[in-house]
Ligand binder design. Sequence first.
Ligand SMILES: [Zn+2]
Ligand SMILES: [Zn+2]
Length: 367
Amino acid sequence: MKDYYKILGVEKEATEEDIKKAYRKLAHQYHPDKSHGDEQKFKEINEAYQVLSNKDKRSQYDQFGRVFSAGGGSSSGGDGPFGNPFGGFDFGAGFDPSNFEDMGNMSEVFDAIFEGLGVKKRKTYQRGADLEVVQQITLEEAFTGVKRAVHIKTFIACKECAGVGHFPKEGTTTCDTCNGRGEIREARNTFFGSFSQVRACAKCSGTGQIPNKTCSTCKGVGRAIGERTLEIDITPGVGDGQMMKITKAGEVGERGAEQGDLYIRIKVKADKNFERHGDDLLLKKEVGFVDAVLGKKIEVQDISGEKIHVEIPADFNLKEQLRVSGRGMKRFGGFGRGDLYIEWHVKTPKKLSAKAKKLLEELAEEI
Ligand SMILES: [Zn+2]
Ligand SMILES: [Zn+2]
């Protein structure tokens, strides 16, 4: 019986992460396409990983020393028409990485093999990932709207090959794996019978052609990590936490595949004067009690910096907020404004002169 732990060089107690690491290292080392590769060893490593990376299979293996596979994939035992039910896992002869896709849990294997080899990973090129950046702005900036230069580090198109990954001028050669058809038809024997299956050719990524000159700068992927600065317009009235989407401003895709999107999450800093409630603003304003009582016009500054003079109505309850219509935040997009609410904090003088005290007493009597 094969010792899968030994094959991967890990302990029986190894974590999933340990197993994955060990596998990746060995798969790179023994990959048949490499100069010191070893196909036999490579298959063994894959077999071990298939079992040990799968919780159920691993526990079966630990318990019984073998894996019961429903497909009976291995026919090496020749135990009747259904194959050997205890055959376990076998890659069989004619290893073809394009088979990997439906072997369950194999996308990692697939990645590991192609990672670092500069080989195209999938039949379809990968779309660039979406990116998210946070932009912090002040409440005033949220009111007026603001332009920002956003600096991002991400995949950008390879300058050498203009993001294509190869040089079209140098021409292409018909893929010898699929004879230019871009797909491979193959018979697969399973527990349920024999199937004929068509899949995209892994070697030419389904194009049927292999470029004569691959870009060495980007190893054929068409993109590289780089930096980009983007001018963005933040819309007036934007809210805290609001997302702005800039289509096709994210990561560049592989070999000219679609670019991802850029999401800008707006963070509006708390303001020392105004509290925001949707499109309305709340301002806490100190007012001298005499001014309040006498109904004087009180000067306040709204969010735009404009001075306004508010009069407290004679019958006004100072515990209430005074609404100044149309002086709040701009509504998103700049269409009109919310309201401004003023909360009054009545200031009483700390010290009263004898005269003031007398006057107040008279006032009290009068009221
Ligand atoms: Zn091909
Ligand atoms: Zn390139």
